[in-house]
Design a protein around this ligand. Structure first.
Ligand code: MSP
Length: 669
């Protein structure tokens, strides 16, 4: 058997200086989705993540916590490992820059670079931002402070963080020597940085103006890798950190097997703020070592909150554990990848999060599974019929959509356009839901001569769900297995290799599960909950309250002016209107205005809905057998101790009666 193709993907290694939030988790989840996607396609994958534990920032943090740096990073790294476990990150290795093997390798590499003249000793004078762990010249600063004599005494880095003047003996790396090589490398590898617009940014802002040699050691603190031949210096934290990508594979150790197998990395995932380190310093250092640069750097945008970047001081930080505990891991992983458009910033809003859960997951996907399993049980005795293409008039179009979606999804996932890949999958989800409305299986079931068509429809539904579950399996770690299990198929057989609608295994026994895979949630309650999780300072609380008041006033003004505010189609589309037939009507005790209706809603089954129309119908029995319209996806609520599962459409308390020819359960558009 031929060897599997290899694939190496890395995340940045995280500073263990605070609890990681959903922004950091985005990078790791996105990388995990790629790793899972490649594995499912038959690749031999190595997926690396870890922690960047040295530097002044960490040393100060440890002090502030009353701990020795090592004890502090041990504690923090443990927390990060636990988080990745909670998020079911499938990394093959977790590297810590305090790992002995890494430290030894960094020392060896540094000595080698000194020996070959790429690193030399000199004096550094310039500005250092501890928060960014980055050096700046005076002209690079975003703001400078002067004393009375006009001398610069401080300032701010472009990130807004304070800088301090550093004057010390330092080792330097001869970046300038490699500027032309780097430009050639970019020229020959135009897709090295994705999205490739970022390459021009690097060329114009940093390389063309003249690449300066980089200070690569510090003498004013100790928390770092000591330079072996001159231990009063510790290696600059970024050099130490970047090298993790090769030391993790055993580079310079006695066993370079993994390095030989997996380097150069296929994808290195980074946030946009650290592209410069990865696209300039990193390839140059590798080149100086005679090692190939990675094949691709993927720079993603930031996940922003309503009021900008996530930060504790703004009080808008959301931690993934909170969301996972309440809404499940699949919902969180799905949302994060769906919310971040390729190359741009994405935004997290509680409203959007709750909407996606309710519409994409509970309604579109969850209902599709429930309806399919219920119908296969009812019409086929629970057995998956054999897949036959082109039996009903609607099969060909569903088959075509499935083929197109699989192909487009592959293209998009290969380019790591996660949000688009997910919306591609949802095209198939919607198409399959529509297929149920078109084929009307409940009608076919009433006619014995249509048994073959009915079986074909059931097989198409199951086949489509099998494809959908497989496509989402790199992103969701639970639902695909649950879908396979409910359809009687072995979750261990989930594989993207040669995925086709027609490969549905026939004869499996479906298993209905009592609980929906994605329960619908209450919008207001959950938005309030998530908002409550963002610990706000009093100041921001006040501001948020004021903004909310202003928004409410504006909404009231619109309402007073012309009835209801305008909504766009996507909002309207979320309302599920269905035809239902009244099978019985009763009065509700103690409620003069309410009638209690029993309804047949076709494939959705029987429902009870309460409606305030009693005064108009003194003889409610006359309504029996009439067909009406209902809002089917309204959250059930209790009225006078009775459950009402939806709403009947009415005008002036009179029900909207629809023609008898409409089919029970059919959708209204
Ligand atoms: N330690 C360095 C990386 C060294 S890699 C050799 C570092 N660490 S970090 O913890 O500050 O950030 C790591 C990564 O977290 C960022 O590059 C980015 O990928 C991710 N994110 C942090 N905040 C984020 C958002 N708000 N949104 C998306 N990603 C975010 O930099």
């Amino acid at each position: 058997m031929a060897d599997k193709p290899t694939f190496y993907i890395t995340t940045p290694i995280y500073y263990p200086s605070g609890k990681l939030h959903i922004g950091n988790s985005y990078t790791t989840i996105a990388s995990d989705a790629v790793a899972r996607y490649k594995r499912s396609n038959g690749y031999d994958v190595f997926f690396l993540t870890g922690t960047d534990e040295h530097g002044l920032k960490i040393e100060d943090k440890a002090k502030a916590n009353g701990l020795e740096p090592q004890a502090y990073v041990d504690k923090m790294a443990k927390g990060i490992k636990e988080l990745w476990k909670t998020l079911e990150i499938s990394n093959d290795k977790f590297i810590r820059t305090t790992d002995k093997e890494h430290v030894v390798a960094v020392q060896k590499i540094f000595e080698r670079l000194i020996k070959q003249g790429d690193i030399y000793l000199g004096d550094y004078e310039g500005w250092y931002s501890e928060d960014d762990e980055e050096y700046f010249t005076e002209t690079q600063l975003a703001e400078v402070y002067h004393d009375d004599n006009g001398k610069v005494i401080g300032g701010k880095a472009p990130s807004g963080h304070e800088v301090t003047l550093v004057k010390e003996e330092s080792y330097f790396f001869k970046m300038s020597k490699y500027a032309d090589w780097l430009l050639d490398f970019y020229h020959n590898n135009p897709n090295f940085i994705q999205p490739n617009t970022r390459m021009n940014e690097m060329i114009n802002n940093f390389i063309k103006p003249g690449l300066e040699d980089l200070a690569v050691s510090r003498t004013t603190f100790n928390w770092g890798v000591p330079v072996e031949s001159n231990p009063k210096h510790v290696v600059y934290v970024w050099i130490d950190a970047l090298l993790n990508y090769i030391t993790a594979l055993g580079y310079t150790s006695d066993d370079e097997g993994l390095f030989n197998k997996f380097w150069p990395a296929d994808v290195q995932m980074v946030g946009k703020e650290i592209v410069r380190f990865h696209s300039i310093y990193w390839p140059i250092v590798l080149h100086a070592l005679g090692v190939q640069p990675p094949k691709e750097l993927f720079a993603h945008g930031w996940l922003l909150m309503k009021d900008g970047k996530m930060s504790k001081s703004k009080g808008n930080v959301i931690y993934p554990e909170t969301l996972v505990e309440r809404y499940g891991l699949d919902a969180v992983r799905y949302y994060l990848l769906r919310a971040m458009p390729f190359g741009n910033d994405g935004s997290f809003t509680p409203e959007d999060f709750v909407d996606r859960l309710n519409y994409d997951l509970a309604n579109d996907l969850g209902n599709l599974l429930n309806r399919t399993v219920a119908m296969i049980n009812k019409y086929e005795g629970g057995q998956l019929p054999a897949f036959k293409p082109g039996v009903t008039a609607f099969d060909a179009d569903l088959e075509k959509t499935a083929t197109e979606v699989v192909a487009n999804y592959r293209d998009l996932m290969d380019q790591m356009h996660f949000a688009d890949a997910l919306s591609e999958i949802w095209k198939l989800v919607s198409r399959t839901n529509k297929y149920i409305d078109e084929t009307e299986p409940w009608k076919l079931a009433k006619d014995d001569s249509k048994a073959e068509e009915l079986a074909a429809v059931m097989a198409h539904l199951a086949a489509s769900l099998r494809v959908i579950a497989t496509l989402i399996s790199p992103v969701m770690t639970h639902a695909p297995k649950e879908i396979f299990t409910q359809l009687g198929m072995d979750p261990a057989t989930i594989s993207l290799i040669d995925l086709k609608l027609a490969d549905l295994p026939a004869g499996k026994q479906v298993v209905a599960s009592g609980t929906p895979i994605f329960p619908r949630i209450d919008v207001q309650e959950e938005v309030d909950f998530i908002q409550g999780q963002m610990t706000k300072s009093d100041k921001t609380k006040g501001r948020a309250a004021m903004a909310a008041k202003a928004a409410a006033q504006q909404a009231a003004a619109i309402e007073a002016d012309d009835g209801k505010p305008e909504i766009d189609f996507s909002k309207f589309e979320k309302i599920e209107l269905r035809v239902a037939q009244i099978t019985a009507v009763d009065h509700v005790k103690g409620a003069d205005k309410l009638l209690k209706f029993q309804l047949d809603v076709g494939d959705l089954g029987d429902r009870q809905i309460l409606s305030g129309v009693a005064e108009v119908y003194p003889n409610p029995d006359e309504l029996v057998n009439k067909k009406v319209m209902i809002v089917a996806n309204l959250k059930p609520r209790k009225m006078r101790g009775e459950v009402s599962e939806g709403m009947l459409l009415s005008s002036g308390h009179k029900l909207v009666i629809v023609p008898d020819t409409l089919v029970n359960g059919s959708t209204v558009e």
